[in-house]
Design a protein around this ligand. Structure first.
Ligand code: KG4
Ligand code: ZN
Length: 329
């Protein structure tokens, strides 16, 4: 079964194709340059850009996979969460395509897409750390996904982006901050550890971010590499600390780490000695993309409890699911 996946939840137009759990194409058209001059994503600009490039992205994905549009057996699209206008573009496009081809439309929760990218089978503990979300999930089965806790304030990626901005590294700055951090002393400045003395399954990054802002105000000539390295050590250390606490409490031995921050070099090696079986998505599938949506949609369609999954743990009211002719019952 050839499944097309579309993700337009934020500022990347993702169109991917998967078949039987294998990725055949993964086209991501980033809008980084468009939003960089504003220092963040401008929703209206993002929607217009998705609309402008989505047709070409589909053509490119089909040609990478060596397929024609009529070869598509199902269309998956992110229905939320994300920027409403941006989501609407991808979801409407997917609906029209599914309707025109008379194939099922599978609405996919964005975070389920991130989980699908890691190619692990439940049960597992999942840490999703991206620009919009930082949360831990206990995934008992694909139809039983329970959130254990999330960030009280900023998402981890958001904190990386804000600190990167303070350091003049542009937007989004997570990867650039990490590169700069690799050259600095990770104990070079004093920054607070988040949620000290709190043993809940929750994250918090805004205090850390504010501490960096205050430090740079106080000491404009502070060693930027040391600031980046210290911030990265603490931000990633806090993610790891809470994740290990959740692993201990749930007794889960398998861990999936997904979302854009899963690309982080410290995070990728942080669990090496934790006695956990850890899966990261392959590099091209960590940040937002359409292939992960195609993988999640394909799994829903081929599962015996497809209906349960369609009505599963991830639900959102904003975009009601309208089954089309041929959609799964
Ligand atoms: O999952 P994603 O592509 O988009 C959202 O759904 O938000 O995640 C993007 C986020 C951005 O905040 C970006 O700065 C961060 O992931 N990121 C990183 C790294 N690469 C991307 N953060 C830390 N280290 C990295 N190497
Ligand atoms: Zn994402």
């Amino acid at each position: 079964m050839i499944v097309l996946g579309i993700d337009t939840s934020c500022d990347d137009t993702g169109v991917g194709i998967a078949s039987g759990g294998r990725v055949l194409a993964n086209v991501v058209v980033p809008q980084t340059a468009l939003h960089a001059r504003f220092g963040g994503v401008v929703p209206e600009e993002a929607s217009r850009e998705h609309l402008g490039v989505i047709d070409d992205a589909l053509d490119t994905a089909l040609s990478h996979a060596g397929l024609e549009v009529r070869d598509i057996d199902a269309v998956g699209a992110t229905y939320g969460p994300g920027l409403v206008g941006a989501l609407l573009v991808g979801l409407s496009y997917a609906k029209s395509l599914a309707w025109g081809l008379d194939v099922p439309l599978v609405p996919v929760h964005h975070l389920e897409g991130h989980l699908a990218a890691a190619a692990a089978e439940p049960p597992f503990l999942a840490l999703i750390a991206s620009g919009g979300h930082t949360a831990l999930f206990e995934v008992t089965s694909w139809s039983e996904i329970e959130e254990l806790g999330h960030s009280r304030d900023d998402a981890a990626g958001e904190a990386f982006d804000k600190v990167a901005r303070l350091l003049g590294l542009g937007y989004p700055g997570g990867a650039a901050l990490s590169e700069l951090a690799a050259t600095g002393d990770d104990h070079g400045v004093r920054l607070p550890w988040p949620m000290q003395g709190n043993d809940s399954i929750e994250f918090s990054f805004s205090g850390l971010k504010t501490a960096v802002a205050l430090l740079l105000q106080r000491e404009p000539d502070a060693d930027r590499a040391a600031v980046a390295a210290t911030f990265e050590r603490i931000a990633i250390g806090s993610l790891v600390e809470v994740t290990l606490r959740a692993a201990e409490r749930t007794g889960m031995k398998r861990l999936v780490v997904a979302g854009g921050v899963a690309a982080n070099r410290l995070l990728r090696s942080a669990f090496d000695d934790a006695g956990l079986d850890v899966s990261f998505p392959p590099p091209g599938l960590t940040t937002d993309n359409g292939a992960m949506i195609a993988l999640a949609a394909g799994r829903r369609l081929t599962s015996v409890d497809a209906r349960a999954r369609l009505e599963g743990a991830f639900t959102i009211d904003a975009v009601p699911y309208q089954p089309l002719a041929g959609a799964p019952a």
